[in-house]
Write a protein that binds this ligand. Structure first.
Ligand code: MNH
Length: 488
């Protein structure tokens, strides 16, 4: 059996049953929160066996650092990722390391995330925010943070990557593509979980049949995006879609197939918005919970943007919001919206000096635990504090993953989220609901649930607010603002 760990059994939740194993001690609706609430005492590495599948979790920064070592380990496709292959195929996120389409698509699409590319996306990101502000200004000030951040990030990736708008700001209804996508994703996750059970194929086919209409709609929608670009009078374009349709690999001359392009569009539309909207929502959650942090953040926006509430930062100004960046990093430390990634050894090895691990074995780096490891972050590891100094082994805080298969959209996400935070905090006074208790929706990614704030237009303070002190900020602008703190 795959992931047998040479027969080794790790610590696991108490009360394991003979057939159901650990099913009673996992929560399919909120697996990550359940582990944080109930299983933090299982130690640095533990297992949960459900539905005939062994999941090995790493909670410890030292072990995570080992798994992050690209010389010894590579990305593994967890069952959850494999479950998505029905709709995302060998798209970038779900491709297996040895599939030729990974390298091909990676090489073709890296240029879509360079500095020059980001400079092209910048005004589109700014315009999309303007449209959100129009909606907010015509409302009563009460805002569903998760919902509106999702609208914002979906519009942004749709427009920047594919010249595809979703009308998120003109209607209250969810775009049918989004609905279909969510169905497809939920389906994928369920398939991933049941995959190891006898009879899974039959169940899977039944699930597919039940949702056939929605899945067909998604497929048709993706085909339309491709078709309308191909028939457009002006072909070309240097956005994601343009690159995929028009460019050949500079060395091999190979091109992406139509099927693979569909997989990539879906991959980027999903990966390009879910995680970023969650990150923004958690940042707002912590900001309204910490008035001192909020005040510092607002002061930074006034110092950089001045007294015009509609001021838009230039591309070059965005990385100067160093304190906002710390807020974002700290939110992603506590609640990494993509809560983990799986790793396998390149060849048989020993993990932690003790456990034999073969290329058939994989472990999940469980980021919400690794990034709160008290050995690294101290006893107050669970506390939100953007000013904390990043200690030894802080390099295991990797909300964007690690190595060759790390997030290709990291700069995109950080630029988009920083600008959104800056402009929103500069433009509105923001008040939370004191009685709100954080509950997190775990769909594919993490997202605060039913979190609302009240916005009122503000008039930024005029004139020379001094920049708030930001400790250990890189001294010279020569340091790339994006490759600094959290990953490597
Ligand atoms: Mn993103 C891979 C987190 C924003 C597109 N992303 C990953 C991985 C993590 C991750 C973790 C690695 C998964 C693994 O090892 O199995 N991503 C994030 C977070 C944000 C994010 C926390 C926002 C915050 N991601 C984005 C954006 C885009 C994007 C924005 C696109 C515009 N991510 C990807 C793609 C991959 C990926 C594509 C797969 C890369 C590869 O394997 O080559």
């Amino acid at each position: 059996m795959r992931n047998a760990w040479s027969g080794h059994t790790f610590p696991h939740p108490p009360g394991r049953r003979r057939w159901m194993k650990d099913a009673h001690s996992m929560d399919p609706e909120r697996p990550v929160q359940h582990i944080l609430e109930h299983h933090r005492d299982l130690g640095p590495i533990f297992e949960i066996v459900v539905f005939g599948q062994k999941f090995v979790f790493v909670a410890d920064a030292e072990l995570a650092a080992e798994l992050n070592d690209e010389k010894r380990f590579v990305k593994a496709n967890s069952p959850a990722l494999e479950g998505l292959r029905g709709i995302a195929g060998d798209g970038l996120f779900t491709a297996r390391n040895d599939e030729p389409n990974w390298q091909l698509a990676h090489d073709l699409l890296v240029p879509a995330f360079t500095k020059q590319a980001m400079q092209r996306y910048h005004p589109v990101m700014a315009e999309t925010l303007d449209e959100l502000f129009v909606v907010w200004d015509s409302g009563d000030g009460r805002v569903d943070v998760g919902g509106d951040m999702t609208r914002l990030t979906l519009e942004t990736i749709g427009r920047t990557g594919f010249s595809q708008a979703f009308g998120s700001f003109t209607t209250d209804e969810v775009h049918p593509f989004v609905e279909g996508m969510v169905t497809a994703l939920t389906l994928g996750r369920r398939k991933g979980v049941i995959g190891a059970l006898p009879g899974a194929r039959i169940l899977e086919r039944r699930l597919d049949r039940r949702h056939a209409d929605q899945l067909d709609y998604v497929r048709g929608f993706l085909d339309d995006i491709v078709r309308s670009r191909r028939t457009a009078a002006t072909t070309g374009g240097d956005d994601l879609l343009g690159i995929m349709l028009d460019q050949a690999h500079p060395v091999t001359g190979q091109r992406l197939s139509d099927e693979n392009i569909r997989y990539q569009i879906l991959t980027f539309l999903v990966a390009g918005h879910e995680t970023t909207s969650g990150a923004l929502s958690f940042a707002f959650y912590y900001l309204v919970r910490h008035p001192d942090v909020l005040a510092k953040a607002v002061a930074e926006t006034d110092a950089i943007l001045g007294d015009d509430p509609d001021a838009t930062p230039s591309y070059e100004q965005v990385p100067r919001f160093r304190y906002l960046r710390k807020v974002l990093d700290e939110a992603l430390r506590l609640w990494p919206t993509a809560p983990g990634y799986a790793r396998s050894p390149r060849e048989a090895t020993t993990l932690g000096g003790r456990w034999t691990m073969t290329p058939d074995d994989w472990a999940l780096v469980l980021l919400p635990l690794v990034q709160r490891d008290p050995a690294v972050w101290g006893e107050d590891a669970d506390v939100f504090d953007p000013d904390r100094t990043r200690p030894r082994l802080a390099s295991t805080a990797k909300p964007f993953g690690t190595g060759e298969r790390a997030c290709i959209g990291r700069q995109f996400a950080v630029h988009e989220a920083t600008m959104a935070l800056a402009r929103i905090l500069h433009r509105y006074d923001i008040a939370g609901d004191a009685s709100y208790e954080l509950t997190i929706n775990e769909r594919l990614t993490l997202m605060p649930e039913d979190f609302h704030v009240t916005l009122t237009r503000r008039r930024p303070a005029t004139g020379g607010t001094p920049l708030p002190a930001v400790e250990d900020a890189p001294a010279a602008a020569a340091v790339c603002p994006y490759t600094g703190s959290t990953s490597g």
